[in-house]
Ligand binder design. Structure first.
Ligand code: R5P
Length: 291
């Protein structure tokens, strides 16, 4: 087996390779002036190649995965595994208007054709219950960072209330709360546009405990900021946040902190200064289980 790392996921891939005691090689990338990608893999590859890359800002990365997977096969790889801790294109799971591409199904099918195994963490599955429904292969493996996030929160706080900002977050919030014995509440959210959300908090006393907003991802940060504003209006003291995936597009990170959230932490599925919760042990155990 070899771990094949892309530059934007290199430090995490190095930790994963160390955990597995496996060799690591880097894929070299060049972007031509017109935006095309050149991918260069090591010319000699073993039978099992594990490509590691999260699919945030996914458009170029998907083309580069296509080029990498095809090239790895040409170079002799018999088994191709994709470790993509953040799996993009999972949110569009229905056509909201006639004619819209259902990207979850289309991108999932493409990944299933390219790879023998796909491992990801806390994918945004809303209307489907298992990752195989999006990526139609046996080894479409959906891991959760609930244990890692729970252990991290337990180190930070003696007690607290976890707040899920929408119904979809309940799966993660409830699992973490159960692990660490914290209370949790789930808000109701309606998205009106990319940067516009409406939210209602459930009744509860938010005044005497820290509240930690928990979600699978922060993208524009508007969900987190809205939740923080409502909590403050209820007299809440300290507000924190934790997400699996630190997408933090544009001004998201500053927007969240300016909304009164004292600190936001994330896993290292995506490289970011907030990414202090490491996933290498989770990913290594899952890889060991299928190889
Ligand atoms: C959506 O349902 C997700 O779970 C997140 O709540 C959402 O993607 C966050 O987006 P934003 O940071 O743009 O509000």
């Amino acid at each position: 087996m070899i771990i094949l790392a892309f530059p934007d996921y290199l430090s995490q891939a190095r930790r994963l390779a160390a955990k597995l005691d496996a060799p690591l090689a880097e894929a070299a990338l060049h972007h031509f002036p017109d935006g095309e990608s050149l991918v260069r893999l090591p010319p000699s590859l073993p039978g099992h190649v594990v490509i590691c890359r999260s699919l945030n800002q996914p458009n170029d990365k998907l083309v580069e995965l296509l080029l990498s997977a095809a090239t790895a096969r040409e170079l002799g790889a018999k088994r191709l595994t994709l470790v993509t801790p953040y799996l993009g294109y999972m949110r569009q799971d229905i056509a909201n208007r006639p004619g819209e591409a259902v990207s979850q199904r289309i991108v999932g099918k493409l990944l299933g054709e390219l790879f023998d195994d796909v491992l990801t963490v806390d994918p945004h599955l809303h209307r489907i219950s298992s990752l195989n429904q999006a990526i139609p292969i046996k080894n479409a493996i959906s891991l959760t960072a609930a244990d890692q996030i729970g252990a991290f929160l337990k180190q930070q706080f003696k007690h607290g209330v976890l707040l899920g900002p929408d119904s979809e977050s309940k799966q993660w919030v409830a699992a973490i709360a159960k692990n660490i014995g914290f209370d949790y509440a789930i808000a109701e959210k309606h998205r009106l546009g990319d940067k516009q959300v409406e939210m209602t908090l459930p009744d509860g006393d938010y005044r005497n405990k820290p509240v930690i907003i928990v979600d699978d991802m922060a993208s524009t940060g508007r969900t987190m900021a809205k939740a923080a504003g409502l909590l403050q209006a209820k007299g809440c003291g300290d507000i924190y946040a934790v997400v699996t995936h630190a997408l933090f597009c544009g001004d998201a990170y500053d927007h969240i902190l300016n909304a009164g959230i004292k600190n936001i932490w994330s896993t290292d599925s995506i490289d970011h200064p907030s990414s202090c919760i490491k996933l290498d042990a989770l990913l290594a155990d899952a890889l060991k289980a299928i190889t």
